[in-house]
Design a protein around this ligand. Structure first.
Ligand code: GLN
Length: 247
């Protein structure tokens, strides 16, 4: 069984870290499920036991996992996911207890107050984060590069974006990063992504954590209740970053 949040906050956890991959059957465009693999691998390379728990549309969402990831989706799949998360609010309960949540693209929209589909229909979201999303005149598609605003991140963030929705942040949410290339949230404030409590959202596919190991380790440090993790030297990750930042 996973350690309780208070165990993990003490930094002395010995139990298996359980990574929730939420609704990969409907949310997971561009290999976003890879974020869970990156988290698991970076934990295992440091000697921690870790496993991925897949939660599909046939499962209620448990509130006991240590960290949750959700991927992007097409409009219709996004709606199924929204309904499921409203019906089984385990993710919202876990986030309220401080469990980190990583939401990619459509998942930002789903976790907000509401979003409008590309046909202009408004759908109530989960209400976990203070954002709303409306379709923009033009689809944002291509490489996105940003400078992080979240304390603890220093390296440029890189991803691939493909979304029609533009996301406006309310007063309880802040931007993850400032856009230097690409569109990001797409509402003219120069921001990319969202941070609110233990939830981090971003439009970056990639998968985001394969391209941005600093973000992966920030999430993992929170899970383990430590300030920072011993570095991993992975030349292939450095090479991927160099290539994508040049692309
Ligand atoms: N359907 C959403 C949009 O176009 C999200 C797309 C995605 O997750 N790639 O804004």
């Amino acid at each position: 069984m996973a350690a309780s949040r208070s165990d993990s906050m003490s930094g002395g956890r010995e139990s298996t870290v359980r990574i929730g991959l939420v609704l990969p059957d409907v949310m997971g465009t561009y290999g976003d499920g890879g974020n869970a693999l990156v988290l698991r691998q970076r934990l295992r390379m440091r000697g921690h036991d870790a496993e991925i728990v897949e939660i599909t549309l046939s499962d209620p969402v448990p509130e006991s996992l240590d960290i949750y990831t959700l991927g992007g989706a097409e409009d219709s799949a996004q709606r199924l996911a929204t309904r499921h998360l409203q019906r089984y609010p385990g993710l919202q309960r876990a986030a309220a207890k401080g469990a980190p949540v990583l939401a990619i693209c459509a998942a930002i929209q789903v976790l907000g107050h509401w979003y409008e589909t590309s046909t202009g229909e408004r759908v109530d979201g989960v209400g976990l984060i203070d954002v709303t999303t409306s379709p923009q005149a033009k689809r944002a598609i291509g490489e996105v590069t940003t400078t992080p605003l979240l304390p603890g991140l220093t390296a440029a963030l890189t991803g691939f974006e493909n979304h029609r929705g533009g996301t406006k942040l309310g007063g309880d949410a802040t931007g993850l990063a400032h856009v230097t290339r690409g569109v990001g949230n797409g509402v003219g404030d120069g921001l990319e992504g969202v941070v609110q409590g233990s939830t981090i959202g971003t439009y970056m596919h990639g998968p985001a954590l394969a391209r941005n190991p600093e973000l992966a380790d920030l999430l993992l440090a929170r899970v383990l209740g430590v300030d920072e993790l011993p570095p991993l030297h992975l030349p292939e990750v450095d090479q991927l970053r160099r290539e994508r930042l040049r692309a």
